[in-house]
Ligand binder design. Structure first.
Ligand code: ZN
Length: 147
């Protein structure tokens, strides 16, 4: 993980607010992490056919710019964030990170939406998905859909 002083010079940092510096640092580290993940293509199990340690190759990008992988066992493609919060989401990892940090603060939906620069409805849906994923961690057998 890169530190802020490896990303921004002190003169640029002086021009920015602390939350902007923090945001840029997080975003750069997110980009590096997601590039590494797409290099490694590490999936224990193919989410399409269930093959264990499937042989995967890169297979283009979605319209939203996410890396897709193809499983050689079943020939099907899936997005690299299958099963994660960003899956089926047009919002970036950086916005998800901000939302996750915002949620326990007890801020209103409106404040969170402004902070992560999305519409209030989007922020609501994101928080709902996040809280539902937390619930799944605590009660993994809950299959009830509540959306
Ligand atoms: Zn497969």
């Amino acid at each position: 993980m890169l530190q802020t002083n490896q990303i921004l010079t002190s003169s640029i940092r002086a021009e920015l607010y602390p939350f902007q510096v923090e945001k840029i640092t997080r975003q750069v580290n997110d980009f590096i992490l997601s590039n590494k993940e797409s290099e490694e293509c590490s999936f224990e199990i193919c989410p399409k056919c269930g093959a264990v340690h499937p042989r995967l190759t890169k297979a283009g990008f979605t319209a939203a710019g996410k890396q897709m992988l193809r499983c050689h066992e079943c020939g099907k493609r899936f997005v690299i964030d299958h099963g994660e919060l960003t899956y089926y989401s047009h919002q970036s990892q950086a916005k998800w990170d901000d939302l996750i940090l915002e949620t326990p603060n007890g801020n209103s939906m409106k404040e969170t939406a402004v902070k992560i620069n999305v519409h209030e409805t989007t922020a609501f849906r994101m928080r709902h998905k996040y809280l539902h994923s937390l619930e799944q961690t605590v009660y993994p057998l809950c299959t009830e859909r509540c959306d």
